[in-house]
Ligand binder design. Structure first.
Ligand code: NIG
Ligand code: FE
Length: 404
């Protein structure tokens, strides 16, 4: 055993069922061996045999330690930007009108197709680095701006390679059913056929960890989404869904029937949908950046999600159209100010519950047996992470046991 010990800290473990808020331990110690947490607790209770195996002791200088942050819903790999669309929206055109007129996602599809793998990688790396600078250690990246086999492959390959030399783990999600590409105009079902052809090929190349769709009146119907889910299920891939963002389409109920890892957005979620999600154990991924940027007024039903004990995660939704955001810390603040989550719920939403939303049981909390992904912060209390917006109090990130 070669134990690295972290002392002189307080630790927000975020462990479920811990007696203190945030699972907070004062005067704490954390022992790490081979990239894994082997012990956490009050310094005074550190077992002597662990102290004896200590090869290095890190003085955390009184920092707060939390689990590494997890951004469980991003469209981080895309070409171009949509600043002009932002200007149009400021003049009064709605997001849906722009999409119907062939702008919106379709314009990002053109820019993404035009970009080489290298260009896409370089543009996306900057966004990834912004997230990492705030303590993100795992994130999800969706495809969905390529919308053809070659361009979806390119997007997913960039997503995979981004993790290559960065201290972060990336999960990839195939979102072929994000929008209708121009060459399929008026032929929605034919495009779903094409999505079903792409999925097994991309999966066979090891590029797909999960499958998502955009179930909405401007995107795909419940019946079309179900075809995508059936194909995912046949390959043993987990599903998730962009559901009830702009209207109640009943997507969450469908996703729950397929045991979805998560249903995301959910402003228009019905009680039936929440009940189905609770039964299936699907996480509600709330995206305050998109709500804010599209100036939505319909709030996600947070009280209802709480009453049905649906776990809530928070994410950036980093994408060029509805949330050009690379700050997960800002999302903590917005989840509290806009959606009225407590700071503790918000922090659990970017750690423990975000892990569940990605199907990870080995991270998201600080506990023995979990991965040693954690962050040291220059704050006295965990609520400060959600309270101060525009601040970045990160001191250090530890990824798989090693200081980044
Ligand atoms: O999560 N809702 C669909 N997809 C993205 C937005 C995509 C875009 O506008 O480029 C979202 O909000
Ligand atoms: Fe999204």
């Amino acid at each position: 055993m070669t134990v690295q010990l972290w002392t002189h800290c307080r630790i927000a473990t975020l462990q479920a069922g811990h007696s203190a808020p945030y699972g907070l331990i004062e005067n704490a110690a954390l022992a790490v061996d081979s990239g894994q947490i082997v012990w956490v607790g009050p310094r005074s209770e550190l077992p002597a045999e662990l102290a004896a195996c200590k090869t290095r002791e890190h003085d955390a200088g009184g920092a707060l330690i939390t689990p590494g942050l997890i951004d469980c819903h991003t469209h981080l790999v895309y070409g171009g930007d949509r600043a002009q669309e932002f200007e149009l929206r400021l003049q009064g055109t709605s997001y849906e009108d722009i999409a119907r007129a062939g702008g919106g996602i379709a314009s990002t599809v053109l820019a993404t197709r035009a970009a080489s793998e290298e260009e896409l990688g370089a543009q996306s790396l900057k966004r990834l680095q912004a997230l990492l600078s705030e303590g993100v250690t795992s994130l999800e990246i969706k495809s969905g701006y390529g919308l053809s086999l070659a361009h979806e492959r390119k997007t997913l390959r960039v997503a995979r390679s981004l993790a290559g030399n960065q201290p972060v783990e990336v999960c990839t999600t195939f979102l072929g059913a994000h929008a209708l590409p121009p060459e399929f105009a008026g032929r929605q079902d034919a495009y779903v056929d094409e999505v079903l052809r792409m999925l097994p090929l991309l999966h066979a190349e090891g590029l797909v960890d999960a499958v998502d769709a955009f179930c909405e009146r401007i995107a795909f119907s419940v019946a079309q989404t179900e075809r995508v889910f059936q194909a995912a299920q046949a390959l043993g891939l987990p599903v998730k869904l962009h559901a009830e963002q702009l209207s109640d389409s009943g997507g969450a109920e469908l996703a729950a029937r397929y045991g979805a890892l998560s249903c995301d957005h959910l402003e228009w979620l019905s009680e039936q949908g929440a009940v189905a999600m609770a039964k299936a154990g699907s996480v509600a991924v709330l995206l305050p950046g998109a709500f804010y940027f599209l100036r939505e007024t319909k709030l996600p039903p947070v009280a209802m999600l709480r009453s049905h004990q649906v776990a809530m995660a928070i994410s950036t939704d980093c994408n060029p159209g509805s949330s050009p955001c690379t700050s997960l810390l800002l999302m903590l603040n917005m989840a509290c100010t806009l959606f009225r989550l407590t700071p503790e719920e918000a922090l659990a939403g970017v750690t423990r519950h975000a892990a569940t939303a990605l199907g990870f049981s080995d991270r998201g909390v600080i506990a023995a047996g979990k991965r040693a992904d954690f962050v040291l912060w220059d704050v006295a209390h965990p609520a400060q992470l959600a309270y101060a917006f525009g601040a970045n109090p990160r001191l250090k990130t530890v990824f798989k046991g090693e200081v980044v």
